[in-house]
Design a protein around this ligand. Structure first.
Ligand code: AMP
Ligand code: MN
Ligand code: MN
Ligand code: MN
Length: 290
């Protein structure tokens, strides 16, 4: 039997994805995905629309969110899966997180102005469908649209990554708060794309140890942006810390993301998939092997 095609991380226009929640669900269905989590940044506002689109499609939708966290001066992302989108503790936490984004976006714009990129705030807003959720991805798209840089990765490399001229420090949620909100909403907390963090030796291990102590349960072993050798490296950590394994495209859009929805490689077979926590008696369709 083919493994379930589960994709536990993707974005819609409610945060910095290119497709509406309905379009994300339709694309997942046509890609043969069985189980999908929509995980917009700091925002659950797309989940109702996605659930409506998924109804009767054969695709099972898990409500999710990707929470921005500050951890010892670095930004890390924690995905919440199977959350109750009506949980007031979660909603209030996300609301306070989003509230800081507007001022941060204006500071990013001011920094870009100093290096000759003018009116970037207005430009980024033209790409943001949700005015409460302006992300660096929207700045990157704006800068690409001006013709200054060829693609968003290059914009991050020169302007928006930590240490670059358009980067500003920002205080996101505490790790303990993010895990607490997710658990209060009945969800499972998962460390997103661990291979992407620029953590010094031993720091990823320290992060995972602290995360487990706080009640975190999973880690993205396979991510859309996994580099050569990374899956096995993270799989080793999942085994060491007893973490459930997630498979996650982190899809933002057809022309921007290395992996399509449901298009990542499969998990190493000895790991326990995080979606076993959401098993139903009715089961789900089999997937085409991605
Ligand atoms: P923010 O939450 O505003 O800091 O924006 C983070 C988002 O920017 C991520 O979720 C990605 O969508 C995008 N991003 C971050 N780093 C990169 C990168 N190196 N290349 C392309 N997109 C990136
Ligand atoms: Mn994003
Ligand atoms: Mn992320
Ligand atoms: Mn993401």
């Amino acid at each position: 039997m083919n493994p379930v095609n589960a994709d536990m991380h993707c974005h819609s226009t409610v945060s910095d994805g290119w497709l509406t929640p309905t379009e994300v669900v339709r694309r997942a269905v046509s890609n043969g995905v069985d189980l999908l989590a929509l995980t917009d940044h700091d925002e659950t506002g797309g989940l109702d629309e996605a659930a409506t689109a998924a109804a009767g499609s054969g695709l099972r939708l898990l409500p999710g969110v990707e929470i921005s966290v500050s951890w010892h001066g670095d930004t890390v992302h924690v995905v919440g899966l199977g959350i109750d989108p009506g949980c007031s503790e979660l909603l209030e936490g996300l609301r306070t997180l989003r509230a800081g984004r507007d001022e941060r976006a204006r500071r990013i714009s001011n920094e870009l102005d100093r290096v000759g990129i003018h009116d970037a705030f207005e430009g980024a807003c033209r790409f943001a469908r949700n005015p409460a959720l302006v992300s660096r991805a929207h700045f990157a798209r704006h800068i690409v649209s001006t013709g200054l840089m060829a693609d968003v990765q290059t914009v991050f490399q020169y302007y928006l990554a930590k240490g670059k001229p358009g980067y500003v420090e920002h205080e996101w949620a505490a790790l303990a708060d993010a895990v607490r909100w997710i658990r209060a909403a009945g969800g499972v907390a998962v460390i997103a794309h661990p291979g992407r963090y620029r953590l010094a030796g031993g720091e990823l291990e320290a992060l995972l140890e602290e995360f487990v102590a706080l009640g975190g349960e999973g880690v993205e072993v396979v991510s859309g942006c996994s580099l050569e050798g990374e899956v096995e490296r993270i799989a080793t950590l999942a085994r060491r810390y007893g973490l459930l394994a997630s498979r996650a495209s982190d899809f933002h859009g057809p022309d921007e993301s290395p992996a399509d929805i449901g298009g990542c490689e499969n998990l190493p077979p000895d790991l326990e998939p995080v979606w076993t926590r959401f098993a139903t008696a009715s089961g789900s369709r089999n997937a085409k092997k991605p």
